[in-house]
Design a binder for this molecule. Structure first.
Ligand SMILES: [Fe+2]
Ligand SMILES: [Fe+2]
Length: 146
């Protein structure tokens, strides 16, 4: 059976977002190391691991559908000047990712596709927590600068 092209579109875009996130957080971890901000570097390396887990879930889903994973149109990776700027940039990235997963989830609910509904709901849950972490750190950094 041929896989639903719209579902494949959601899965492939998800993969692009996740690979883009991995690259962004690798860059951020390296910059934080250079700035001697070791706790933030550690946090970004942990984020890389979480995003890699999402990639693994998406690759599994694509392969189960008989599709070879491809990563078109990667989001651009930014070099930030400060940790605070990183938190803002990453919150923007995660917000776009959350919107994407919400759309994908709604599509699967409408189609009655419980397998992929559960996949997108799980990743959406992780990204929502991720955004909350970034938002609380942005607030903390703002409070230390005032
Ligand atoms: Fe992710
Ligand atoms: Fe994330």
């Amino acid at each position: 059976m041929r896989a639903d092209p719209r579902l494949l579109g959601y899965l492939t875009r998800s993969l692009s977002y996740e690979v883009g996130s991995v690259l962004q957080y690798m860059v951020d971890a390296q910059q934080c190391s250079q700035w001697q901000s070791h706790s933030y570097a550690k946090q970004f390396r942990e984020s890389v691991q979480h995003e890699l887990e999402h990639i693994a879930l998406l690759v599994d889903a694509l392969v189960k559908l008989g599709v070879s994973p491809a990563v078109p149109g990667l989001p651009s990776v930014r070099l930030c000047q400060t940790v605070r700027q990183m938190m803002y940039t990453n919150a923007e990235l995660e917000s776009r990712v959350i919107q994407h997963y919400e759309d994908a989830l709604q599509y699967c609910i409408r189609r009655g596709d419980e397998t992929h509904e559960s996949l997108f709901a799980n990743i959406l849950n992780d990204e929502t927590s991720h955004l909350e972490q970034l938002d609380s750190q942005t607030q903390f950094l703002r409070s230390t600068e005032d």
